[in-house]
Design a protein around this ligand. Sequence first.
Ligand SMILES: [Fe+2]
Length: 389
Amino acid sequence: MSNYFEFNGQVKVCCGENALANLAYELDFLNCKNPLLLSDEGLVACGTLDVFKNAVKPVKFKTEFTKIPADSSTLTINQIARLYRNNKCDGIVAVGGGSVIDTAKGVKLVLSQNCEDIITLSGNEIVKKGESVAFVVVPTTCGTGSEVTSVAVIKDVKTKTKLEFISSELLPDCCFLDLKMTQNLPAKLLVSTAIDALTHAVEAYSSLQKNPISDVYALGAVKLIAGNLLDAVDGDSVAKSNLLLASNMAGLAFSNSMVGIVHAIGHALGAVLNIPHGVAMMMLIVPCLRFNKDVNHVEYSNLLLYLTNEDTFAYTKPNERATTFIDKLEELITKLQEKTGIKLKLTDYGATENELDLICEKAMNDGASVTNNKIFTREDVMEILKEIY
Ligand SMILES: [Fe+2]
């Protein structure tokens, strides 16, 4: 761990029952009178967007775009930025999961940097503090933590590559964690996004860029997820609330510590095979942690306490704790897989052996590979892919 670190936790978090009742106040504080509402068709169809609109009365939106596709794309971002300008909006309210939030971040970047095409902002040194754009995020999944991260992953449709943008210019002014927004979340999505959050916490806690502040958020997130995930799948609303908070805490951790090999390969699986991000995390977390175990022995040993309990930790010999942590994680994934029927093999998503090379190449070039605590090769990635093929 370096003795120099930075930690940015500048997003105001409004959390709890009826948190959304404060949206009008926050928009007024941000001088936003003509907000643009962003969401997706799934949230319209299941009624969650109506629940949101009822909860935020008397807020009125100048216009809305509720057709954000499941995979954020550069074209969608440029189209929404034009809509914002044509309607003279003065702020963005994004209601959704990872794709909606990442798209909204991309739109905010195009507007704050006063440009037409997000592609021209690729390469993080280009982005500077720009024009103020009021930006509020309301997550509807329990996983990405994207509402507090300075990262957006956006698909470049031309090159089939996931572009990673990292800048504090992507951060919202505030976010709302309100249980009402996750009440229609299907079990499969709840599980895969929660495992995404767990992966954020575990990778942040063991990354090259870990620091004492992000460690606190990461450990707290692991404890909350482990203690609530199974109850949340069974419909317990307190447990679901705790997952929403845990995902936010894991987001704060990884936004400042970054992630590692699980995300490097996971991004490649998303780009090549369109595997949903959380499902990719479920496939990869155990084999990748086994690969990293020799260098992350201390961190994984500590994580056993947070994933299980004091008794399990105390009764496990110190030199077996890292292995037991990964074994317990595998048990949890298996239980969740059995409960939800989520498919966890690459062939379930139409993968062919020919595509494995391309996945390896993309994983090696992914930004998340830089902060993995253990250097990995193309051959290492191929071994991991064969385990889940
Ligand atoms: Fe993730």
